[in-house]
Design a protein around this ligand. Structure first.
Ligand code: RAM
Length: 360
């Protein structure tokens, strides 16, 4: 815990620094044009035949404010580098829908493609085809497997996220009782990695009185996340805590617990957007939660894509890049592949949520 607090403190200092520099947290800019509103909608290439380089990003699905912020950060990096940003997200969070979009981007001859994978393996043939066509492929947020990408941009250490969420909920429920997880899709690489670490943390004998009764999947769709939360409450009347490691899930659970008057009876924590969770943190339905800056995840990915296209990095361990206002970053190992790490998660509670809800 001490170590984590230390890391949190460093994160606070970094975030204060970033906001003081007025970098990715400024609310100016053209948010409207950076949000895909419907399936397949993208910003058309500007048509300047001079051939501005095209940098695409595909998020998991539409209708997720977290994804819009991530894409906004990517667009900011790409535009400050002087290129064209193409932002895409399918209606549904499926691999199939992303494959269709990858094929379109191959035909459009984009220079780079950053993907938030809806499946670790299913996108491999399409992404290999893209790389054979000369497109620099990277993943961010939710990784694709090592063969399908040159590098992954990771928001934070999965072990730290998973262990911290268990420690948090256990503290909230007073050390014993039933807990459940409300996740995104069952194929999401990022959520699955965090859940694995939650389960490892729970193996510690100190949690012998804590029982994980179910992992439910709301698919990052608001209505499904609401109904999955309601089903958890119905099936497990003694449930004492919910961890939702997804911004869509935690906001849905916050609403359900509020509407049912369960504040203090069923505790809630997880990974949430301050703008969506402020009311539940202020009311006490969710005493605290964690996240990183999604604008920065996208922004870092934009700079990583640029470095891959310029050839200043190839994605191998030890490669270094300067990621705009985020400064120096290094490529490090990640299982069979490689990654670039943004930083540590940040804790949001009643003392700081008002400040952050306006930022993201
Ligand atoms: C949701 C998405 C995203 C994840 C966040 C925490 O918005 O699943 O991929 O990183 O939650």
């Amino acid at each position: 815990m001490k170590k984590f607090l230390g890391i949190c403190l460093t994160a606070v200092m970094l975030m204060v620094l970033v906001s003081a520099c007025g970098s990715n947290n400024d609310k100016g800019g053209n948010e409207a044009s950076s949000s895909p509103k419907a399936s397949g909608e993208s910003k058309a290439p500007s048509g300047d035949a001079g051939g501005k380089k095209k940098f695409a990003i595909i998020f998991k699905n539409t209708g997720n404010p977290y994804g819009e912020k991530e894409m906004e950060g990517y667009k900011k990096a790409i535009e400050e580098l002087g290129y064209e940003a193409i932002l895409k997200a399918p209606d549904q969070p499926t691999a199939e829908a992303q494959i269709t979009m990858i094929d379109e981007l191959i035909s459009q001859k984009v220079d780079a493609l950053a993907i938030v994978g809806n499946d670790p393996d299913a996108l491999q043939p399409a992404l290999e085809k893209a790389m054979k066509a000369g497109i620099k492929v990277l993943s961010l947020d939710s990784a694709v497997n090592a063969e399908s990408r040159l590098v992954h941009v990771n928001q934070a250490d999965p072990e730290l996220i998973g262990r911290t969420l268990i420690q948090g909920v256990v503290e909230m429920i007073g050390g014993s009782g039933e807990i459940a997880i409300l996740s995104a899709t069952s194929q999401a690489t990022n959520q699955n990695a965090w859940i694995e670490w939650m389960k490892k943390e729970l193996e510690d004998p100190k949690y012998k009185d804590v029982k994980l009764v179910k992992v439910a999947y709301g698919d990052d769709l608001r209505d499904k996340s609401v109904s999955e939360t309601e089903a958890l409450l119905k099936s497990y009347p003694n449930l004492k805590g919910i961890i939702a490691p997804t911004t869509v899930g935690i906001a849905a659970a916050g609403k359900v617990l509020t509407d049912k008057g369960l504040k203090g009876k069923v505790q809630l924590t997880g990974l949430g957007l301050p703008s969506e969770m402020a009311e539940y943190i202020e009311s006490g339905v969710c005493p605290w939660m964690y996240l990183w800056n999604p604008l920065d995840v996208g922004y870092l990915s934009g700079y990583a894509a640029d470095a891959l296209v310029k050839g200043t990095i190839t994605g191998k361990v030890g490669d270094k890049l300067t990621a705009g206002t985020l400064g120096e970053k290094e490529v490090i190992a990640d299982g069979e592949g490689t990654q670039i790490m943004l930083g540590a998660p940040f804790k949001f509670d009643a003392s700081n949520i008002a400040e952050w809800k306006a930022v993201y």
